[in-house]
Design a protein around this ligand. Structure first.
Ligand code: GBH
Length: 479
């Protein structure tokens, strides 16, 4: 007997609807049921990038070096010795990149400013030519009806700042830089993020030695570096507020560790919530609570950071939104221990993307929103980064059929959709990334873009995932 197909089912539904006198325009035969995962009206769709990863123009128009210029030029650090000297040359090709954004139909673009382009020595004399570049980019975005979201610091610390993040003065220099940007851009830019991913520019750079500046400091000093990082954020928020219109939205972009309950039952949900607070204690928990959690201070003991009067007030500054960069997660279950949870070990057979650290955990976008909102109730949330690397190849027909990236994105947006239906204040989503780019220590060996970049010719080609994203944006629904 012929089996009952999906098409037959559609006919049956249509027939029943016709009988009842109801029209079902959204469930037309053979059409995707896009309405099933419809996002709220006004939801912001965007792409994200970062200055050092796309701009190139490393010495153009008076830009000073950052610690990532120095680090990537150190032999043996990056794959193939790659550097961001040229990257995607977005410094010169930014108009082309804005066109790519326009073709996608995004309403927002998250980009960062190279601090040492604007202040070549990190502090002191600004370089007007550096600021001019960002004026041009912002104006080009606005002319194309794309709202700029600007990150002030995405790891490219001016190399000239003595001691880098080991010095408290760097936090103050950051506040001066933030004030300058607010004065010059806040007439046109209404959304700012202070810093990107504390753990990457503090722990990984100063404690683990894997990112710039490549130091392996002992715990007490590493904790002080963390403190200067969150202090810079806090002073940066104050500087933005003091120098921008009161309607300016201020937040940050943080890669909070994400914990997914192993089963959706009350005890495991509670376990994931506890893990979220502990697992983000020195950064997001401290910002949101305006103090270091006691458990963190106890754990660090004599190595705990030295805090000066006024620091915690700045660090705890109220934010208009929390931006979450999310790629992966760990599973958590309740146990009988004092802390009340166990983080499950990662199975060697767990599926992952081209970057081995991206375990495919689509629930991460839902649970990061839920855990953060349940714990700290921020007024608004953005997913400021989500995306993946894939082993993209250009076919003879000049196509890049990145079905695995589409799978990754579709699953993540399906889970994020759930958060919007449950009333969590998710306002927008920024896909990482618009373009293949300089992936830090992985150089150009890992591609995260929805546009393929030929790094010899710098030609950009939309991948299948770009077509998929354009369709999703047009329908405001997961396709
Ligand atoms: C984000 O970091 C960054 O904001 C962005 O610049 C970057 O391009 C994007 O993700 C994709 O990586 O190789 O095992 O040492 C995400 C958090 C933290 C993930 C550092 C990679 C290194 C893992 N990243 N981590 S490992």
């Amino acid at each position: 007997m012929k089996s009952f197909t999906r098409r037959d089912f559609g006919k049956t539904v249509a027939a029943a609807a016709a009988f009842a006198g109801v029209s079902l325009p959204e469930i037309a035969l053979g059409q995707p049921h896009a309405a099933v995962r419809q996002y709220p009206e006004g939801f912001r769709w965007g792409c994200a990038t970062a200055a050092y990863q796309i701009e190139g123009g490393a010495t153009a128009d008076g830009r000073g070096p950052s610690i990532w210029d120095t680090f990537s030029h150190t032999p043996g650090i990056t794959v193939n010795g790659d550097t961001g000297d040229v990257a995607d040359d977005s410094y010169h090709l930014y108009k082309e990149d804005v066109k790519l954004l326009r073709n996608l139909g995004v309403s927002a673009y998250r980009m960062s400013i190279s601090w040492s382009r604007v202040f070549p020595s990190g502090t002191g004399q600004p370089n007007p030519l550096g600021l001019d570049y960002y004026n041009r980019v912002v104006d080009e975005l606005l002319a194309n009806k794309i709202t700029p979201y600007i990150t002030l610091f995405h790891w490219d610390l001016p190399a000239a700042l003595p001691g880098g993040w080991q010095s408290r003065d760097t936090s103050k220099a950051f506040a001066d830089y933030a004030a300058y940007i607010a004065k010059h851009l806040s007439d046109r830019v209404h959304h700012f993020m202070t810093t990107n991913e504390f753990t990457c520019f503090t722990d990984i750079g100063y404690r683990d030695g894997r990112f710039a500046p490549g130091l392996k400091l002992p715990a007490a000093q590493a904790n002080q570096v963390r403190h200067h990082g969150i202090l810079a954020h806090g002073l940066g928020v104050q500087a933005l507020r003091a120098n921008a219109p009161s309607t300016t939205q201020v937040g940050l972009a943080e890669n909070a560790n994400v914990y997914v309950p192993i089963m959706e039952t009350p005890k495991h949900i509670e376990a994931a919530r506890r893990a979220t607070r502990d697992g983000n204690a020195p950064f997001l928990a401290t910002l949101m609570e305006g103090k270091y959690p006691d458990s963190y201070l106890q754990r660090e003991g004599a190595n705990a950071p030295k805090v000066e009067p006024g620091d915690m007030q700045a660090i705890g500054s109220k934010l208009d939104f929390v931006g979450l960069n999310v790629y992966t997660a760990d599973y958590v279950s309740a146990d009988g221990s004092a802390q009340g949870y166990a983080i499950e070990p990662r199975q060697t057979s767990y599926p992952h993307m081209a970057s081995p650290w991206i375990n495919i955990t689509p629930e991460c976008v839902y649970w990061t929103v839920r855990n953060v909102c349940d714990l700290w109730k921020p007024p608004a949330i953005y997913i400021t980064e989500n995306g993946c690397s894939a082993d993209d190849v250009v076919t003879s027909a000049n196509r890049i059929e990145d079905t695995d990236r589409v799978m990754y994105l579709r699953n993540h947006l399906t889970h994020l959709h759930r958060a919007t239906t449950e009333g969590y204040p998710v306002k927008g989503y920024f896909l990482w990334s618009l373009l293949d780019n300089f992936e830090w220590c992985d150089g150009y060996s890992k591609r995260f873009g929805i546009h393929y970049v030929d790094f010899k010719t710098l030609k950009r080609t939309p991948k299948l995932s770009a077509e998929w994203y354009r369709e999703t944006i047009a329908r405001n629904a997961v396709v």
